[in-house]
Design a protein around this ligand. Structure first.
Ligand code: ADP
Ligand code: MG
Length: 252
């Protein structure tokens, strides 16, 4: 657990206010407000279809909000002059389905974006990639084809790859949901280390132990609204909203 949430004077890394998003006539996000402070780990829990992925996708501009604001470091992402690509480079995203480049080996997966988008030199990009592969325990696999890895290893490479862009914020969308139960822990351990090093993280997950033990704040989404948010101790021991209680009872 970090103590970033005690840092009352700092500017939020992400500030979402009045966010709405519809697909056709289906309003998927209904007036979402929340903040993520530097160094904070925020987990988002809630039933399938409640809007968790759409919220993450609005934060890194994979979706355009219909109304409301998302500020990243105080900069309104909807403002016309904003350099979307430059901002997106500062936000790492890890998906359920890994999305590695299958035609590239592990090291090249990690260096591609820094070299092509950030114009980093090859030697520097490789040194950074090796540092991050070591941090996720996969330095020995640097020259392995990415297709030869297990699911847990692929997800750890996906995390290392995102870190190679030196993001200020990491978004995780159900990073362990596609994994066999016995290898979920190796990915959660990497995420726990990252949190302990002070990385700011927003994590959509069904891993309630992770939410309880690693996050500073838990957000419960229900049918497009944040029904309840608060510290893990509050939310897990005395949830106020009946929908939160009902949802959590499924995990007992
Ligand atoms: P969650 O991640 O909580 O499961 P999502 O954000 O993926 O929820 O989806 C919320 C709702 O929005 C669901 O009903 C889903 O079918 C719908 N939805 C998500 N993306 C799209 C899209 N691109 N087009 C139409 N409907 C979508
Ligand atoms: Mg989802």
């Amino acid at each position: 657990m970090t103590n970033a949430s005690n840092n009352g004077s700092a500017e939020p890394i992400i500030h979402v206010e009045g966010l709405r998003k519809s697909f056709g006539s289906h309003e998927v996000l209904k007036n979402i407000d929340f903040k993520v402070m530097p160094g904070e780990v925020v987990t988002i829990i809630g039933a399938s279809g409640s809007g968790k992925s759409t919220l993450l996708r609005c934060i890194n501009l994979l979706e355009t909000p219909d109304s409301g604001h998302v500020w990243f470091h105080g900069q309104d992402l909807a403002a016309e002059h904003v350099d979307v690509n430059a901002l997106r480079e500062k936000i790492g995203m890890v998906f359920q389905s890994f999305n590695l480049f299958n035609n590239l080996n592990v090291l090249d997966n990690c260096t591609l974006a820094p070299i092509t988008l950030k114009k980093m030199g090859k030697a520097e990009a490789e040194a950074e990639a090796k540092r991050n592969l070591e941090a996720v325990g996969l330095l020995d696999f640097a020259s392995a084809p990415s297709t030869s890895l297990s699911g847990g290893q692929k997800q750890r490479v996906a995390i290392a790859r995102a870190l190679c862009m030196k993001p200020d914020l990491m978004l995780f969308d159900e990073p362990t949901s596609a994994l066999d139960p016995e290898i979920v822990g190796e990915v959660l351990n990497v995420m726990r280390d990252l949190a302990a090093q002070g990385m700011t993280m927003v994590v959509v997950t069904h891993e309630m132990d992770f939410a309880k033990n690693v996050s500073d704040k838990v957000v419960f989404m229900d049918q497009g609204v944040i029904a309840e948010q608060g510290s893990p101790s509050k939310l897990f021991t005395s949830p106020e909203h009946p929908r939160t209680r009902e949802f959590l009872s499924r995990y007992l």
